[in-house]
Design a protein around this ligand. Structure first.
Ligand code: ATP
Length: 370
């Protein structure tokens, strides 16, 4: 059944120089970013990079040690002068990794709870029904959590977070406890929900595939700082630093020295492990002067078994491992002590120990100062 949208309007979020310190350890270290109203923004980073802490600061579950958070231009948190608007007064919904449902409450009561806490009793039944319909759970209102699948439990926690019409929905790794198939399905569900609600969503994950699938904007974090911000395509195809290339694109790193520069052809790099590669001008970060030490980031799918007769940008490597994945083959290759990965066609016939010639797509290589 078609449901009326629960939410009213989306809110913009502006974070300026946010800092959070736990016992002398800077979990969030002077970071600034903007989440446009209505956007789907993801904080992407490895475990311990400070994503959850940043989300909890937005929710008001942690207090800032430095900086300011504004929602729709209103300061909701600030270290100096000290301001801390309580979580329930922020018009922010929070979806936890663990769902955090109460075992002894029915689905209906779980979703009604935030309205009761906020003393919003008028139209309560209708609002709860609307929220449940939005996540496709209208029929299951009388069930208990133990009678629901993982995906259904997650939907209850989403319904509970949107029922009081927040302007911003915060989601902390909401799919990580679901199995792979359900995770993929829920990814599309979240996209649909975002379009339908028109809410601002801030999503935390360490899974690059989720970040790329869902986001308008990806904020890549490491060690409490922001490495870079961009669209999924930007951070995946044109990362601004080696660390993003490795984390988001799964790139291997090949080190070398710039041997030649040519305006049209780009930069020729002699690799430390043997062989040489040309990098297109648009793949070059920094000045890459002749003789400079550089690092090349190469994504697995940008290598292919070299066609007969091909010469340019080909490397002779040894196959160290072969994983047939169905849709393609993942090869682990070795060349002069360097290891790198190649994702080749499923018809690749390679065995461990074989010598193999691979060609690297010149347009896809990113060059960074070493
Ligand atoms: P994960 O994906 O593992 O949840 P994360 O990127 O979300 O990681 P945070 O949970 O924000 O990272 O933690 C960042 C750092 O701050 C970690 O080193 C963590 O140990 C530390 N930290 C987080 N919360 C606390 C706390 N309440 N007390 C002390 N240290 C904390």
């Amino acid at each position: 059944a078609a449901a009326a949208p629960v939410a009213g309007s989306a809110g913009a979020v502006e974070v300026t120089n946010a800092r959070k310190v736990f016992n002398g350890f800077e979990a969030v270290s002077d970071i600034s970013f903007t989440v446009p109203a209505g956007s789907f923004t993801t904080l992407l980073g490895a475990s311990g990079s400070g994503k959850t802490t940043m989300l909890r600061l937005l929710a008001g579950l942690e207090r800032l040690d430095g900086g300011t958070i504004r929602m729709d231009s209103t300061v909701v948190a600030s270290a100096r002068p000290a301001t801390h608007v309580a979580p329930e007064a922020r018009r922010v919904g929070f979806v936890f990794q663990t769902f955090a449902l109460w075992p002894q409450m029915t689905v209906f009561d779980q979703v009604a709870y935030p309205l009761k806490v906020r003393r919003q009793r008028e139209r309560l039944r209708e609002r709860v029904r609307d929220a449940l319909a939005l996540v496709g759970l209208a029929e299951l209102a009388d069930r208990y959590p133990s009678e629901l699948s993982g995906g259904q439990q997650q939907r209850v926690s989403i319904a509970r977070a949107i029922v009081y019409e927040p302007k911003v929905l915060l989601l902390d790794e909401p799919l990580s406890s679901l199995d792979a198939e359900l995770r993929e399905y829920m990814c599309y569900e979240l996209q649909r929900l975002h379009r339908r609600l028109g809410l601002t969503m801030v999503y935390v994950t360490h899974a690059q595939s989720e970040a790329l699938t869902l986001s308008d904007q990806v904020i890549v974090m490491a060690r409490g700082k922001i490495l870079e911000t961009g669209t999924p395509r930007q951070v995946y195809e044109r990362p601004k630093c080696l660390e993003t290339a490795g984390f988001v694109g799964g790139s291997s790193v090949l080190r070398g020295v710039v041997a030649e520069r040519s305006g049209q052809d780009g930069v020729r790099v002699r690799l430390d492990c043997g062989g040489q590669l040309w990098v297109s001008p648009r793949g070059v970060t920094g000045d890459a002067a002749v003789g400079a030490a550089v690092a090349l980031a190469v994504k697995p799918e940008d290598l292919a078994v070299a066609p007969d007769g091909a010469d340019r940008n080909c490397l002779e490597a040894t196959v160290e491992a072969v994983a047939y994945v169905g849709s393609h083959c993942d090869l682990s290759l070795e060349l002069g002590g360097e290891r790198f990965r190649a994702r080749t066609s499923k018809s690749t016939d390679a065995n461990v120990g074989d010598g193999i010639r691979v060609r690297v797509d010149q347009e896809a290589i990113r060059l960074f100062p070493a």
